[in-house]
Write a protein that binds this ligand. Structure first.
Ligand code: AMP
Ligand code: MG
Length: 428
């Protein structure tokens, strides 16, 4: 099957306009165009943390393997209990976790049992130790009404059943998941190989830290935010530094990135009017489109696929402004990279919060304002905007704990109106 070109993909959209592209359409085009990298490796369980599971895992065993006790107490036959009177039961033995009681349990008898110990066959209920009275070595009293039949018994296979799916392919393995695999006795997990992402910054005004800051120059901060965001996604990175805005350097950088990575992320040089060679080189090297997206911050963006010497890589040409880089990364590159990694992630949930202030907003573009979500005196969620929202003001991201998402069609917000927020936790 030949891979569709970008023009194939956009030809399916009736109202495609690269100069006024809604966020949702850009996301849809990217999602259709990128394909997962299918390469599997087996890693030891601990090393599988935060990796993408490459195959479904079917449970080889029942967990737990036997019916067992959920409490320290006495295993008994519920038929021996009386709804109106205390029952005095004879203790005939003890069941420990890992050491079962093998004898038969007759009428009026019980077994002292520890949490996790296998239930004696005849017993269906456990009365917790603290509910009993007059316990001696040979007998114990269970007052009326303390337990119902079946209480405090954990069933064989109630956590995971042999032959049933335990984890699905595409899951990003979290602490609970590697614990769950351990509970199945699985020592190694099949995971997708890490995605390789090359990135560089473009712009003659950029200086790397350690260099003197010449007149009119700025330190390159985008490579550091990109490093952070890519690290959180679990990518392998090729940091290619700052690339000067001249054709030879840019071509060399794009070729090198293309030949060594699955995806390339650049920042800067994609806005209109930029007198530079970045866009020219991107267009020359492959199937790349230049968008003006209906969003703030982050309007200009390049997207496509470039090739060099028979190797190709997806390209995300992000804008230069530091906040725009982060926002376009989170709302376009992140989802595409996760898809390339083979991850199956449900969309991040938006939460509702009351905006403490009025926010001016024009319908026809999506805005991502940086916010601080907190609780008011009544425990309700409220959100404040983190001061100046310029796309060059990285402090607005640093101070925020969420993004206030003002949707495409939405207009201005009045103080006290509910707004949608996306928490940074989960996103980053
Ligand atoms: P551009 O998209 O190249 O026109 O850049 C837009 C703005 O972002 C300019 O003010 C640049 O100086 C700034 N900028 C571009 N790249 C970086 C970077 N790597 N680190 C910090 N600021 C940058
Ligand atoms: Mg520039």
């Amino acid at each position: 099957m030949t891979h569709p070109t970008l023009s194939d993909v956009v030809s399916c959209l009736s109202d495609y306009d690269p100069d006024a592209l809604p966020v949702a359409q850009a996301q849809q085009i990217i999602r259709t165009f990128v394909t997962p990298v299918n390469a599997v490796e087996k890693v030891a369980l601990r090393a599988a943390l935060d990796r993408v599971l490459a195959t479904d895992i079917v449970s080889p065993i029942d967990v737990p393997a036997h019916d067992n006790s959920a409490m320290d107490g006495y295993a008994l036959r519920s038929a021996d209990l009386d709804a109106d009177a205390a029952a005095v039961l004879q203790i005939i033995g003890t069941a420990y976790a890992g050491k079962r009681y093998d004898g038969a349990v007759g009428k009026g008898q019980c077994v002292r049992i520890m949490t996790g110990a296998v239930m004696p066959v005849e017993c269906d209920t456990v009365v917790p130790q603290e509910f009993t009275k007059n316990a001696s070595d040979s007998s114990v009293t269970v007052p009326a009404g303390m337990v119902r039949a079946g209480d405090n018994r954990r069933f064989k296979g109630e956590d995971l059943q042999a032959g049933k799916p335990a984890l699905s392919k595409g899951k990003i393995l979290r602490p609970a998941d590697i614990g769950l695999l351990a509970s199945l006795g699985i020592a190694e997990a099949p995971v997708q190989r890490r995605l390789r992402v090359a990135f560089f910054s473009t712009g003659d005004e950029l200086r790397s830290i350690g260099e003197p800051l010449d007149e009119g120059c700025v330190y390159d901060s985008n490579r550091y935010t990109l490093y952070g965001m890519l690290t959180r996604l679990g990518c392998d990175m090729i940091d290619m530094g700052v690339v000067k805005d001249d054709p030879a350097s840019l071509e060399a950088a794009f070729r090198c990135a293309c030949e060594s990575a699955d995806a390339i992320i650049t920042s800067g040089g994609v806005s209109v009017g930029a007198a530079d060679y970045t866009k020219q080189m991107m267009a020359q090297m492959g199937d790349v489109t230049f968008w003006k997206i209906g969003m703030r911050p982050g309007r200009p963006m390049a997207f496509g696929k470039i090739s060099s010497n028979g190797r190709s890589a997806y390209l995300f040409g992000l804008p230069g402004n530091p906040v725009a880089v982060m926002v376009t990364f989170y709302f376009f590159a992140r989802d595409a990279l996760l898809h390339m990694m083979g991850a199956q992630m449900p969309p991040l949930p938006l939460m509702r919060a009351t905006s403490r202030s009025a926010i001016r907003k024009k319908p026809g573009r999506t805005e991502y304002q940086r916010g601080i979500l907190s609780l008011d005196a009544n425990g309700n969620q409220q959100v404040d905007i983190t001061g100046a929202q310029g796309s060059g003001i990285l402090r607005s991201m640093s101070e925020a704990n969420c993004m206030v998402v003002l949707h495409h069609e939405q207009g201005s917000v009045h103080a006290g109106d509910p707004v949608d927020v996306l928490l940074f936790d989960g996103l980053i």
